[in-house]
Write a new protein. Structure first.
Ligand code: GLN
Length: 484
């Protein structure tokens, strides 16, 4: 409907549109695309009411706050006061948050309109949005295919024009991979850039809120608003705000690294490999430095990621016990242990149960050294590697995903195949660096795919500037039409 938030706000100021009309439009879109199952809750009355208030504010001559009237959807793992938040799990069905996540509070403080909460994999565990108590979300380009996960609903909400930007969470790729599958932009900032206060924890040393948008500018604006230090999250970066206004505009020549092992990996779709190689060649011919960097750890990243995240999840999810909140078994029980067992077996889905068991196992006294401490060592090696790389390069370029969106059900019986789909994304979470998926390509099978860019810790500036360059000069197709 609008090419960017900036254009929308200009139209608001010129009077050619107003928030009520725009909210109504997005509500219609949500209704029209109900079959995609992207939303868990839609806040119709509330969004319209807020639109009325904002239209009045402009009439009074108030200057526009940064996200004035911007229509935003949030993943069902982010707390929004007095609204249901369930992590797409039966264990939290009906639970209403009693406070706002810091990111949500910051959106509201800048006059954004939150239109609804989005479907996702249960507790953000998944790569396809099929592990949800609300059922799968469908990809708007091809409804027989997954939108990616775990933030699939948030991605489809942007993809099918049901909101302007959306929030997801990215523990191992859950923003970048669905962005890749849906043909939109998805950023995971530096670990700690956005407060995790009010984000339901999956693996706390990996979790980060991320943003989906149609273009880099919208994502950048939203990031500027929600980033920043927070007394409620001691891991949030202690820098009061993120100032991207000085973003590199001039014709900078970038020093770009890529991993041969990644672009030649056996699991990578040939067309994706060719497309990325072509982009690298083009960048080189335009005067950027493009060099292969040795990376012999690729086959260890997925195992290390799943050992560490399941360990953290097994601890984080112990709070869902049916005593204080959430689902509680109605079956007669003999004692407290049976009460916990029944409650948790009824409330958690299969994937979540599997990960709690796996995480408990890798932390158990007999196996801790064999798995958990080994995986920590891999994490350390990766972090050291990244420090060395960014001494010489501005950015690393990688595929986002080894394939385009796969069929619904295709990988559900093969968890290893599903986990291996995260091969290119978990690296940024293991090391804490910022990463983005930029929608540059279209596959001959009709589906979009993106290019992943990674920069040094806290260097979102280069990440965004380079992404803009890619979108302007290297995007190989025009917008794929979703029936808006
Ligand atoms: N697919 C990964 C997992 O299942 C990533 C999930 C995420 O980033 N939340 O763990």
């Amino acid at each position: 409907m609008f090419s960017s938030i900036q254009e929308y706000q200009q139209q608001l100021l010129s009077g050619s549109t107003n928030c009520v009309a725009v909210v109504s439009h997005y509500l219609q879109q949500i209704e029209k695309h109900k079959n995609l199952n992207a939303f868990v809750n839609v806040y119709k009355e509330e969004a319209l009411q807020q639109a009325v208030v904002l239209d009045e504010k402009r009439k009074q001559g108030d200057s526009l706050k940064k996200l004035h009237g911007v229509i935003i959807a949030i993943k069902d793992v982010i707390c929004h006061k007095d609204h249901e938040v369930t992590a797409a799990s039966n264990i939290l069905k009906g639970f209403k948050s009693i406070y706002n996540a810091t990111a949500v509070q910051k959106l509201l403080d800048e006059d954004a309109i939150i239109i609804g909460s989005c479907n996702c994999d249960e507790f953000a565990m998944g790569s396809s949005n099929e592990n949800s108590s609300y059922g799968a979300t469908l990809n708007a380009f091809d409804t027989t295919k997954v939108p990616g996960g775990s933030s699939g609903g948030s991605a489809v909400a942007v993809q099918a024009g049901m909101c302007m930007v959306s929030l997801g969470s990215d523990t191992g790729g859950s923003v970048r991979q669905p962005a890749d599958f849906c043909g939109i932009v998805g950023i995971k900032p530096t670990y700690g850039r956005i407060s995790r206060y009010g984000l339901i924890a999956y693996a706390s040393s990996f979790d980060q809120i991320g943003i989906f948008g149609n273009n880099v500018d919208d994502v950048q604006l939203t990031l500027e608003v929600i980033a920043g230090a927070d007394d409620f999250d001691s891991t949030a970066i202690q820098q009061s705000s993120l100032n991207l206004s000085s973003i590199v505009k001039e014709e900078k020549k970038y020093r770009i690294a890529y991993f041969k092992e990644a672009v030649e990996h056996a699991s990578l779709d040939t067309e994706i490999s060719i497309a990325i190689n072509e982009t690298l060649q083009q960048l080189k011919s335009e005067g950027h430095t493009v060099e292969a960097v040795e990376f012999d750890l690729l086959d260890y990243v997925v195992p290390a990621y799943y050992v560490l995240t399941t360990a953290e999840a097994s601890s984080n999810l112990s709070r869902f016990d049916g005593v204080r909140y959430g689902h509680r078994t109605k079956e007669p029980v003999a004692d407290l242990v049976e009460f916990y067992k029944r409650t948790r077996s009824e409330g958690f889905g299969k994937e979540v149960q599997k990960r709690i068991l796996l995480g408990t196992f890798v932390l158990s006294a007999g196996y801790y050294d064999a798995y958990y401490s080994k995986a920590q060592k891999v994490r350390r090696l990766l972090t050291d590697k990244i420090v060395t790389i960014f001494k010489e390069y501005d950015a690393i370029v990688l595929p986002t995903s080894p394939t385009t969106a796969f069929k619904i059900g295709e990988k559900t019986d093969d968890p290893i195949a599903m986990y291996l789909a995260d091969i290119y994304t978990v690296f940024a979470n293991l090391t804490g660096v910022p990463a983005i998926s930029v929608p540059l390509y279209k596959h001959s099978n009709g589906m979009p795919f993106g290019l992943q860019v990674i920069t040094n810790k806290q260097d979102e500036e280069t990440l965004l500037a380079f992404s803009k360059l890619l979108m302007q000069q290297y995007k190989s197709y025009q917008h794929l039409a979703v029936n808006e």
